[in-house]
Design a protein around this ligand. Structure first.
Ligand code: BTN
Length: 249
């Protein structure tokens, strides 16, 4: 039986949507309250980061949460780390102990080093620099993973966890609410510490693709705002937006 969704959430479930993020954004613009949670059993035009499409057959989780944090866009983006952490913790709960769940900057959840979940953040500016709303789109490969990705992909079922979206959603939502509350009370520090506890090992060699250039270096953690710290030939560099891959050995 599914766990109950905490009262904070207002669930809007659909059989099929183009993209749960698009619907959540429309609801946000129409004044929907914080906690609105849009899910679809499948998406016909699921979207990933960098304008990629996100394969969205039935059996996986597609959810978008509307938040109205009283925060500027950079601070609101820290909630992407909270969402990745929540998915990782939920995955850990449905796996046997010791399953190799980890996090890759900024918001990817890996199992056995392959991507099992991604997060797409979208926000709209409001008054006085704060975002009017933030939509956190969460895609979790529960039953299947796409084959045609520029990175290795996997699903939870491939690692022995057979879990339906309706059962995974409340676990994940409960963890996300807990991290949202921690962030509201104490800021990014507790989220950052927990994220680092599940992230790439310090010193791991990374290849970082920025607009128009590619860097290599070693993972040196996150700064206080969530930027990736890359230790390279020219010293330690904070990186705000990029795509990260493991460097060739
Ligand atoms: C990524 O590229 O890593 C982010 C993928 C985000 C996919 C989710 S699925 C639910 C929500 N709706 C979308 O269209 N995208 C996000």
């Amino acid at each position: 039986m599914s766990e109950a969704l905490p009262g904070f959430f207002r669930l809007r479930s659909f059989a099929c949507l183009a993209s749960t993020n698009e619907t959540a954004k429309e609801l946000a613009a129409a004044g929907a309250p914080e906690g609105t949670l849009v899910t679809a059993a499948e998406q016909s035009a699921g979207r990933g980061r960098y304008g990629r499409s996100w394969a969205s057959p039935p059996g996986n989780l597609y959810a978008s949460l509307l938040l109205r944090p009283n925060a500027d866009p950079a601070a609101a983006a820290q909630l992407g780390f909270a969402a990745a952490l929540a998915v990782a913790e939920a995955a850990q709960q449905v796996f046997p102990p010791g399953a190799p769940v980890s996090l890759k900057w900024p918001n990817d959840v890996l199992v056995g080093g392959a991507k099992a979940a991604g997060i797409l953040l979208e926000s709209r500016g409001g008054d006085a620099g704060a975002v009017a709303w933030l939509v956190i789109g969460i895609g979790v490969n529960l039953a299947s993973a796409p084959l045609d990705t520029p990175y290795p992909a996997t699903c939870l079922a491939a690692w022995g966890a057979e879990v339906a979206p309706a059962d995974f959603l409340p676990i994940c939502a409960g963890r996300l609410l807990a991290w949202y509350e921690a962030w509201r009370q104490a800021g990014f520090a507790p989220v950052r510490a927990a994220w680092l506890g599940r992230a790439h090992p310090m010193g791991e060699r990374l290849r970082v693709r920025l607009a128009g250039e590619e860097l290599e270096g070693r993972f040196a953690g996150l700064d206080a705002d969530g930027r990736l710290l890359l230790e390279g030939r020219e010293g330690r560099q904070p990186i705000a937006a990029a795509e990260v891959f493991p460097a060739a050995p």
